[in-house]
Ligand binder design. Structure first.
Ligand SMILES: NC(=O)c1ccc[n+]([C@@H]2O[C@H](COP(=O)([O-])OP(=O)(O)OC[C@H]3O[C@@H](n4cnc5c(N)ncnc54)[C@H](O)[C@@H]3O)[C@@H](O)[C@H]2O)c1
Length: 247
């Protein structure tokens, strides 16, 4: 079956634009964003915590194995990039039911929240050199409670908040900082939750669009926020959720 175009009817030109997508190794949202930027002409590098990305992405993108909890490794990776137009922070973990353990709670915050901050901070000189922008990937759980994912929700609320603070802090450097909050998307991260048929149906029933999203559904919003069309937008968080958040 042929894949649907990532952005039917819309196009952005990212020719000669440098993009780093952190957390694009598992073929999920990060990989879809990387492919979307590359299809629009950008030079794209990706990272992930695994030794290798998916084979189709290994063939297409320069890949770096990078644990975003390691400050020195993140700084070393960023120091090799003199000029960066777009940084996408997509790395995150969650584990339903395990997040009431304080040690694991802290680890989730370290990966999802501090990890996003670490990468943004490390790339700030390169982003300044290009008057670039940062797109952080938040979540519906930034705004809604989740009994089985308390750390994930707290981390994503933090991501949305730090997006605002960095937008103000770095506006004088010409850097825009925005976030996208996906709704419920079919990826490896949501695979465990999707084993629960009641949960799958509840999400479908509450989502006005009547379905779970696909990774490609997130791409257009990210490219828009990274484009000159969004030149006066900074510090915002754009839901891409099939209407889930307005019900
Ligand atoms: N799938 C959904 O329903 C959904 C909904 C809202 C938000 N999101 C967010 O979208 C982003 C992408 O999620 P996805 O569903 O594609 O997940 P995924 O599991 O497919 O990808 C997660 C990525 O994070 C990386 N990662 C994990 N731990 C890391 C670490 N310690 N250091 C560096 N990288 C690490 C992995 O290598 C992988 O590349 C995440 O921020 C996620 O929270 C997903």
């Amino acid at each position: 079956m042929s894949e649907r175009p990532l952005m039917p009817g819309a196009s952005f030109d990212f020719d000669a634009t440098s993009v780093v997508v952190i957390g694009a190794s598992r073929g999920g949202i990060g990989a879809a964003i990387a492919r979307g930027f590359a299809d629009a002409g950008a030079m794209v590098q990706i990272t992930g915590v695994e030794p290798e990305p998916r084979p189709e992405d290994a063939a297409r993108f320069a890949y770096t194995q990078l644990d975003v909890t390691e400050t020195d490794a993140v700084r070393d990776f960023a120091s090799r990039v003199a000029r960066l137009d777009v940084l996408v922070n997509c790395a995150a973990i969650t584990q339903r039911g395990a997040e009431m353990d304080p040690a694991f709670f802290s680890h989730v915050l370290d990966v999802n929240l501090t990890g996003s901050f670490r990468c943004a901070e490390a790339f700030q000189p390169a982003l300044t050199a290009a008057s670039g922008n940062v797109i952080n990937i938040a979540s519906m759980y930034a705004r809604f409670g989740s009994p089985r994912n308390p750390a994930y929700g707290a981390s994503k609320a933090g991501v949305e908040q730090v997006t605002k603070s960095l937008a103000i802090a770095w506006a004088p450097d010409g850097i825009r900082v925005n976030a996208v909050a996906p709704g419920f998307i079919v990826t490896e991260q949501s695979a465990r939750a999707r084993q629960d048929p009641d949960f799958v149906r509840q999400v479908e029933a509450r989502t006005p669009a009547g379905r779970w999203g696909q990774p490609g559904d997130i791409v257009g919003a990210v490219l828009f926020l990274a484009s000159p069309a969004a030149g006066f937008i900074t510090g915002t968080c754009l839901p891409v959720d099939g209407g889930y958040s307005v019900v």
